[in-house]
Design a protein around this ligand. Structure first.
Ligand SMILES: C[S@@+](CC[C@H](N)C(=O)[O-])C[C@H]1O[C@@H](n2cnc3c(N)ncnc32)[C@H](O)[C@@H]1O
Length: 311
């Protein structure tokens, strides 16, 4: 499908591809190939609200108690800026910098907390170790990094992975597309959560740990969460009195979120690199939508937050 320009200035110029709007500069240099339109903005806003429900045991659902009481904070890849705005409202005394630019522009030993959430589709595969080194340099001694990413692989809690074939195919195509750029810096990784702890330790972080939560991709049947062994939002769920209704409302929100996410993330990389024709891609997405909401399969996806402290 032909792409068309809709803006004027070089950096801000937008480009429409398959009815989605992208930043042309980002596409041309293969920095970030995800739409920046109102559809994606709405998804990011709703995803943020859902995360606050998932992390209801954190400070206002925004940062873990382990991080302490940060005063100077950096939010990397801020998107619609919701996390930073909520943070400023929660603690009016803190100072927050939003950064959608290069980390090497910022001054060393400045921040108490660096927050990085869902930026993996914009970080080159080879950049990750340095991304953590840069964050380490920018933190004050005793400061924390908190990095949250989806593990983009769909699982069935009823052991019926056959019911998730389209979703598995989506992961395969997306992974292939991200890895197949002709530009080395254009190559990205679809799954990074397994390596974050090692990269953090290599960068010099201590007290490295990961909080893993299994998040359903639809509202599972009444009572299905509590009967499942592997399903949990957090080990302290029981103490917090997390209810089945709470889990079901997260599942409902995540169905809308994941439907948007699998389309937004993969449309351009998969179809522009001819990994799959546009029509075939949309057929796959329709099949994947049905699987996301297959309550019998009890589908879910893992959400990882990894923490590390600068000594
Ligand atoms: C999926 S959005 C997530 C936004 C926000 N962190 C949140 O959780 O809602 C990814 C954001 O990271 C930014 N981004 C991606 N790759 C980047 C890069 N290489 N350099 C700077 N910003 C980047 C994008 O512009 C976008 O704002």
């Amino acid at each position: 499908m032909a792409a068309s320009n809709t803006g004027d200035e070089d950096f801000d110029r937008k480009l429409t591809y398959c009815d989605r709007e992208y930043q042309e500069h980002s596409l041309r240099y293969e920095i970030y190939q995800v739409p920046i339109d109102s559809e994606e903005e709405t998804r990011l806003l709703e995803q943020h609200e859902m995360l606050k429900l998932i992390y209801s045991d954190w400070n206002n659902g925004l940062y873990a108690p382990i991080v302490g009481d940060p005063e100077v904070i950096l939010d990397c890849g801020f998107g619609t800026g919701t996390w930073a705005y909520d943070m400023a409202e929660y603690d009016p005394n803190c100072m927050i910098a939003d950064l959608n630019h290069r980390l090497d522009c910022a001054e060393a030993e400045t921040f108490d907390l660096i927050h990085s959430r869902f930026v993996s589709s914009g970080i080159s595969a080879t950049r990750w170790p340095n991304y953590f080194r840069d964050m380490h340099r920018l933190l004050k001694r005793g400061g924390w990094v908190q990095i949250t990413e989806w593990d983009l692989f769909f699982r069935s809690d009823s052991g019926n992975s056959d019911a998730l074939q389209a979703l598995n195919e989506w992961t395969r195509l997306y992974t292939q597309a991200l890895g197949s750029s002709a530009r080395p810096e254009g190559r990205k990784r679809s799954r990074v959560v397994q390596d974050c702890e090692a990269w953090m330790r290599m960068a010099g972080f201590v007290n490295v740990s990961t909080d893993v939560r299994d998040v359903p991709t639809c509202a599972w049947p009444q009572g299905a969460h509590s009967s499942s062994k592997s399903f949990c939002f957090h080990p302290t769920d029981k103490e917090l009195g997390t209810t089945d209704a709470h889990n079901r409302s997260i599942g409902e929100a995540n169905l809308t979120n994941m439907k948007g996410l699998i389309h937004s993330l993969a449309l351009y990389p998969v179809t522009s690199r001819q990994i799959r024709e546009i029509e075939g891609f949309h057929e796959l997405i329709e099949a994947a939508y049905a699987e996301l909401s297959d309550v019998g399969a009890k589908p879910y996806i893992r959400l990882h937050t990894t923490f590390g402290r600068k000594r």
